[in-house]
Every structure is written in structure tokens, then in C-alpha cells.
Ligand binder design. Structure first.
Ligand SMILES: Nc1ncnc2c1ncn2[C@@H]1O[C@H](COP(=O)(O)OP(=O)(O)O)[C@@H](O)[C@H]1O
Ligand SMILES: [Mg+2]
Length: 376
């Protein structure tokens, strides 16, 4: 064994997962996957779970590894645990555990890695906390996370940059309260079917495909259960659904794109819904890499990188596009914290591009350690 490597101090990574969003369980699965892949010789993982009610708790490796699908149900963190808090110190943050009313057992945090999906995690909020704490962290910063999470602002930024997005109408709670009929009429001007979505959702939760105006109101109400702000998008009928992973470059050069993958859905709903995403692969075929012409793959990769740059992303992102029946490539969405279990599309696309799951984690943590804290 090489002495120097064995003696090198391990990087302490605070892995944050769970969370208050509807994607709590998915995030727990990701944590189990990431923990299994971080080399214990190089990394000391401090597990920070966020329960559904928003409490921060610490979790050991074994408890994290046990976060698996059981009897077809996603895992959930127990509320019955000791509270953990991040404390700002001179050169970053330390993790403390509250015992009775005192704080104890402090450990400095070298880098934080949020594996939270959805609002209050992927949307810039926890990134803001890390900024306030002077902690380095993996992935997109506050603005890119917030814009990437919000399907409305994401489209505005992409359109302003000259990148292709589809037609849409936004319904805010104020719009809905003031002029429900007017909003529904505006939406009816889109070509049907339309997709009604929570503006800041994920995992397809709260999304409905609506074939004619009679189904609109119920679909808006269903989306509002996940987010008061709703976006209605014109549906792309017969479009192919492709995805591409993007990673920032260590040398500050242009980000790189992974091989492109295709999602082919056979589910009853006719789209890539929650069941198709997380339950056994009967309703969906995932082709990694996609069986597409080289020129189309190049076009998707270029669009993915330009989308990443348009939002000012850092670290990683997955860009999802539609290829319409007349061969137009249109951005559907960007995920700044894409599904990240070893079986998720992002790691699979990188594996197909020659970057293994552990290497992907190394690269992301290295990128985070190398970047300065504060405004960049
Ligand atoms: N405008 C659209 N046209 C056709 N299919 C769509 C459209 N928007 C969404 N879908 C389908 O619904 C799925 C989920 O939508 P998406 O916007 O990706 O939501 P989420 O952020 O929850 O993943 C997509 O993967 C796709 O199958
Ligand atoms: Mg999606």
C-alpha cells in the first residue's frame, strides 16, 4: 500500500438527502446509492437526513444503506432522531448535534452534497444556506438551481438566449383567484393535448395529460396540490424523448455532454409518469445510448451544453429534450440535481460515456472543492 495515499486526510462530505418535497423517497434511494459508491479511503461521509417535516438529523452509513424500496414503497426517514444543525465558523461550516438543549460533537465539513430533489433542495434554497455558511457544495448555485427548478423561468431564460422551448401558459394563484375563466380560455388557445404541471415539480408528480378543454380545470387543481404555480404546456404528439448529461470541466473549459439516451414509454398514461420512472421497467424502455443518427445526437449534446451555460449551471445537469415529428429539437426541462441512483439515467449515460458512478462522484466533489466560496 502506498503510504502517502493512506496518510492523506479524507475529505469529509456532508451528504444531504430526504427533504420535505414529494421526492423525499427518491432522494433517500439516491443517498443509499451514493454512499455505496464513495470510496471510504478517500471520503468520510456525514449523512444528514431531512425528514418530511423538515427536521435535520444525522444518519450513519448502515442506516443510509438500508434506504431501499420495500414492498413497492419508497423509503422514508424516521422523525424519531436527534436534531442536527450547521454552524457557521471562521472558515466554513461545522455540523453539530443537539443534545438536550446544548450543541455538541462538532465536525468541520469540507464539502456538502445535496441529493435533495424538488423544492427546498434542488431549487436554490439549500444552496443559499451553503452560501451563507461559506461551505463548498456540489452542483448548481442559487440562481441556476432556482431557474432550473421553475419550468416557467427556465423557459423564459432559454427563449431569451435563443434556445428552443415549446408554447406554454402560466397560472399563478393570483391568476386563478382573479380570473379563472380567462386563464382557462387562454390555455384553450394552445393545441391539445396539453400537459398541466406543477411549475416547480419533479418525478412527474401532479402532471396530467389533457386531451380537451373539459379536463383542464381538474388537471390544474391536481397540479396545484403540488405547487400553487401551474404551467400548461402544448403537448408534442409523437415526439421522441431524449436526455443528455452535462458535466462542468475541471479546467474551466466548455462543459462536456454525455452520450444521449432515449425514453420510450409504453405506460397507460402515455407519458413518462411516476410509475414508469420508479417502478419496475415494464412501462418504459431506456435506451442508453439512444439509437439515433450521429447528427441528431450531436445536436442534442450541443443543445444540452448551451442550456447548461444559459442558466449558469455548475457541476452537473441533465437536459431533457423532445425531438418533434418534424425533427425539431426542443428543450423540455433541465434538472440540476437529476436522479442519481446507480440505475438512474444520468449515471447510466455517463457510464455509457466511460465515466463510472464512483468516478462521477469523485469528479463532482473535486469540482466543488476547487471552486471558491462567495460570488463566482
Ligand atoms: N409538452 C410535452 N409534450 C409531450 N410530453 C410531455 C410534455 N411535457 C411533459 N411530457 C411528458 O411528461 C413527462 C414529465 O414531464 P416533465 O416536464 O419532464 O416533468 P418532471 O419535472 O416531473 O420530470 C415527460 O418525461 C414526458 O414524457
Ligand atoms: Mg422530467
Amino acid at each position: 500500500m502506498r503510504e502517502s495515499q493512506a496518510d492523506a486526510p479524507r475529505t469529509r462530505v456532508a451528504v444531504v438527502f430526504g427533504g420535505t418535497s414529494s421526492e423525499h423517497g427518491v432522494s433517500c434511494l439516491t443517498a443509499a446509492g451514493v454512499l455505496g459508491a464513495l470510496d471510504p479511503e478517500h471520503y468520510e461521509v456525514v449523512g444528514i437526513g431531512i425528514t418530511r417535516s423538515g427536521r435535520w438529523i444525522t444518519m450513519g452509513s448502515e442506516a443510509i444503506a438500508a434506504l431501499q424500496v420495500r414492498d413497492g414503497r419508497l423509503p422514508e426517514l424516521s422523525e424519531d432522531a436527534t436534531d442536527a444543525v450547521l454552524v457557521r465558523v471562521a472558515d466554513g461550516a461545522e455540523l453539530a448535534v443537539r443534545q438536550q438543549s446544548a450543541l455538541s460533537q462538532m465536525v468541520p465539513v469540507d464539502v456538502a452534497m445535496s441529493l435533495l430533489h424538488g423544492p427546498f433542495g434542488e431549487d436554490g434554497t439549500i444552496q443559499g444556506l451553503f452560501e451563507m455558511m461559506g461551505t463548498r457544495y456540489v452542483g448548481a448555485g442559487v440562481l441556476a438551481s432556482a431557474v432550473g427548478m421553475d419550468k416557467h423561468y427556465m423557459k423564459l431564460v432559454l427563449a431569451a438566449t435563443g434556445l428552443p422551448v415549446g408554447p406554454f401558459v402560466v397560472i399563478t394563484p393570483a391568476d386563478w383567484a382573479r380570473d379563472r375563466t380567462g386563464r382557462l380560455e387562454t390555455v384553450s388557445a394552445l393545441a391539445f393535448p396539453v400537459f398541466v404541471k406543477p411549475a416547480r415539480g419533479g418525478s412527474s408528480l401532479g402532471i396530467s395529460k389533457v386531451d380537451d378543454p373539459t379536463g383542464l380545470e381538474a388537471a390544474v387543481t391536481a397540479a396545484q396540490a403540488y405547487d400553487p404555480k401551474v404551467i400548461v404546456e402544448q403537448g408534442f404528439v409523437g415526439a421522441r424523448e431524449l436526455e443528455c448529461g452535462v458535466l462542468a470541466s475541471a479546467d474551466g473549459g466548455r462543459p462536456t455532454a454525455s452520450e444521449v439516451a432515449e425514453i420510450r414509454v409504453h405506460s397507460v398514461s402515455g407519458f413518462y409518469d411516476f410509475e414508469a420512472k420508479y417502478l419496475p421497467e415494464e412501462q418504459v424502455s431506456l435506451d442508453v445510448p439512444a439509437d439515433v443518427a450521429a447528427a441528431l445526437a450531436e445536436q442534442v449534446k450541443e443543445l444540452a451544453v448551451r442550456t447548461f451555460e444559459a442558466l449558469g449551471c455548475e457541476g452537473l445537469a441533465r437536459v431533457d429534450v423532445f425531438v418533434t415529428a418534424d425533427q425539431q429539437v426542443v428543450v423540455n426541462e433541465i434538472n440540476t440535481m437529476p436522479g442519481f441512483t446507480p440505475h438512474s439515467m444520468f449515471p447510466r449515460m455517463w457510464a455509457a460515456s466511460g465515466v463510472s458512478y464512483p468516478d462521477l462522484l469523485d469528479r463532482l466533489i473535486r469540482l466543488a472543492l476547487d471552486r471558491p466560496v462567495g460570488l463566482r
